[in-house]
Design a protein around this ligand. Sequence first.
Ligand SMILES: Cc1ncc(COP(=O)(O)O)c(C=O)c1O
Length: 396
Amino acid sequence: MNRISRRIGAIAESATLAVDAKAKALKAAGEDVVGFGAGEPDFPTPAHVVEAAIAACGDPKNHRYTPVAGLPELREAVAVKTKRDSGFDCAAGQVLITNGGKQAVYNTFAALLDPGDEVIVPAPYWTTYPEAIALAGGVAVEVLADIASGFRVTLDQLDRAVTERTKALLFVSPSNPTGAVYSQAEIEAIGWWAVERGIWVVTDEIYEHLTYGDHEFTSMPVVVPDIAERCVILNGVAKTYAMTGWRVGWMIGPNDVIAAATNLQSHATSNVANVSQRAALAAVSGDLGAVAEMRAAFGRRGRKMHELLSTIPGVTNLEPQGAFYCFPSFEGVLGRPIGGRTPESSLALADVVLSEAKVAFVPGEAFGAPGYGRFAFALGEHDLIEGISRLAMLLS
Ligand SMILES: Cc1ncc(COP(=O)(O)O)c(C=O)c1O
């Protein structure tokens, strides 16, 4: 008998967290590492949010268990905020507050999937989706949209991936790891495609406020209302309010899905920490001033990173349209001698770049896209320029 179950033993370590941990360990050992690994804003959480949490610590009612699905006032505030920000109408009862967006992802697939049910997952994908699908007994069916297609899947590709076992489509725009943003017309077409086939859509809106230039966020169930009865929206405070460490996310869906996911959560984790929920309440009910500042800074950094990456021979990059990632292709540099080695994969390249240039990025293998690398531009401009310059020196 195995000591560790097959189901859990099959889970891969989160590559993004692993790269970040390695970079942080090297830094702690005195190495001058520039880390592009972590997908988290470098800004502090807005002061009014922190103050709400401090006040919450002193209030004994926050020292007790609260309803599993979340503080009623936070569920209500999320419903109001969703209408304000994306235009989607929902009741507070359709909101389940989770331990970060990650638990919302897991809850959703656990609530929807039976063993063998397939979920179409456009690649490059955020590394957690296929693991959460597998944990729920489902099968992730990857559809690769490469750099030539702007990292956006087409209806033809979706048609080729669909089978009688297809239960859901995973959709995310703006995307981690590619920074791609689908147009409203593309989102409408994909939404209607799913409606016509009776396929669920799990749509991850966590980067809704981080779009640049002319690119705009569109919520699928707003432009395709008919999908709402088979749609789950994932979101959270992590990226919008620089609150990755507070662990507050949510899922919004039809009542039966929310009831099922709440039952699951009642046995897994119960309510999210009340102090964090109070902080999230201050965040989502406040204005979007802090977000606007972060968006402006990320927009500048994304353009800068794109400009620098594009000058490196053999590296191809698209200007990020949203989120805070560049996802360059390294096909043109693989198989060439670099730093005394000849990396044949982006995984090997990431290792050479970390040891020779002290620059950490996450190899594309972690996102179902070998040959690429993910660079988060959630770090200060000075470090960003330093890190990409070192990469350029090593690769040139
Ligand atoms: C696309 C996407 N969805 C959801 C999350 C979940 O974020 P958290 O669990 O920190 O709320 C992340 C975090 O990296 C993400 O990139």
